[in-house]
Design a protein around this ligand. Structure first.
Ligand code: SAH
Length: 358
């Protein structure tokens, strides 16, 4: 059986090659990209600037997969959470965060996550599977359509479910598809990739032509503390990650963001703040403090506002740019570390019956 390529999974050069193999002109790939990514059209019949024969070829020889929007929920603060289902029945959550000050899509790269960070609900699921590039971009296509934002600029943060550098190739391919000037034309500077710091992948990222902004989930200034929160730290420790960040090629004016989830009595002391500032001293760094979003099953507490302010002030007094992430969408469990979809280990059929959208 000849497989029908899924156009959602093809970068434009690959679509050009697939067209050429079928005796069609390569430049049609650009037209097709404009239909899919700019206008949200995936039915070849509706692609009116293509010849009847080409439309026929597309319908017969290719597939077009788009995630199904299963559920959509809106927070009092305007944040919206989307539950999307893929062809095999697996689901992820994607989040729209308005006015931060830009419009931001928080996109998932895996179903579940293998990193098992002690304070993250997604980590409790374990890794179910990687997403494909088409599924990662598919989330953006669905959100842009559902929110009527195809003509509006938006940013993307790879801070949904999953560890992007643990699904390196598909994540990078997705960024190239998103950046294609015939498609979304999303400049890489509008994308932020957040990672626990998988060193070999971080080194690869440093050599990429399409380079997103980098955010490192640091969460603690010492190996003892970080190892208890982020299990992979036992393999790639704080000093190694910082050294890799110092080598990371940065554009003028750009900085690496260090995310730091604040946990009461665990990593929020003044000493921790001083240590963090010293660790990052001399780097082009900024610190993003994320007060814990507490949840049942997460054995930590959010520090008091006074403790958060004290921590931020110490870091700032060392001359480091620091911000405190405002929690968005907590009422609909769309905030950082709260994305979880139940029942994913079950078969797709069972899953539909038990799927609890929390
Ligand atoms: N795996 C990637 C990206 C996903 S998480 C990473 O770890 O960076 C995005 C951010 O949310 C990370 O900094 C993560 O540590 C943080 N986070 C996870 N659980 C959280 C929680 N319960 N409260 C606040 N932030 C949390």
């Amino acid at each position: 059986m000849v497989t029908r390529p899924d156009i959602a999974e093809l970068e434009r050069p690959a679509l050009e090659a697939a067209l050429a193999e079928r005796g069609r002109a390569r430049f049609h790939a650009g037209q097709i990209f404009r239909w899919i990514y700019r206008r949200g059209i995936t039915d070849p019949e509706a692609m009116t600037d293509l010849s009847r024969e080409l439309r026929e070829t597309l319908a017969v020889d290719f597939r077009w997969t788009t995630p199904t929007l299963v559920h959509r929920e809106r927070s009092v603060d305007g944040t919206e959470k989307f539950l999307l289902r893929f062809d095999d029945g697996r689901t992820v959550e994607s989040v729209f965060i308005p006015d931060t000050p830009s419009m931001t899509f928080c996109i998932s790269t895996q179903v579940g996550c293998a990193m098992a960070c002690a304070f993250c609900l997604t980590g409790k699921m374990g890794l179910v599977r990687n997403l494909t590039a088409g599924e990662i971009v598919g989330q953006v296509r669905v959100l842009a359509g559902a929110l009527h934002m195809r003509d509006t600029a938006f940013n993307i943060v790879l801070m949904g479910m999953g560890e992007p550098l643990h699904n390196y190739d598909e994540t990078m391919k997705a960024l190239r598809i998103l950046a294609d000037e015939q498609g979304f034309d999303l400049p890489p500077r509008r994308v932020t990739l957040s990672t626990v710091g998988l060193l070999p992948a971080l080194e690869r990222l440093a050599a990429e032509p399409v380079m997103p902004n980098l955010a490192i989930s640091l969460h603690a200034p010492t190996d003892v503390q970080r190892g208890a929160l982020v299990p992979i730290n036992k393999k790639y420790g704080v000093a190694e990650i910082i050294a890799a960040c110092k080598r990371f090629p940065l554009k003028k004016r750009s900085r690496i963001t260090f995310e730091y989830v604040l946990l009461a009595g665990v990593n929020d002391s003044p000493e921790d703040a001083h240590r963090l500032a010293k660790l990052l001293g001399g780097m082009k760094a900024k610190v993003n403090l994320i007060p814990l979003n507490a949840a049942a099953g997460i054995p930590f507490e959010r520090p008091s506002d006074a403790a958060i302010d004290r921590f931020a002030k110490i870091v700032a007094d060392h001359g480091i740019v620091v911000s405190v992430r405002k929690s968005r969408g907590r009422d609909i469990r769309a905030a950082c570390g709260q994305l979880i979809v139940e029942g994913q280990k079950k078969s797709a059929g069972q899953q539909l019956a038990t799927l609890a959208f929390r």
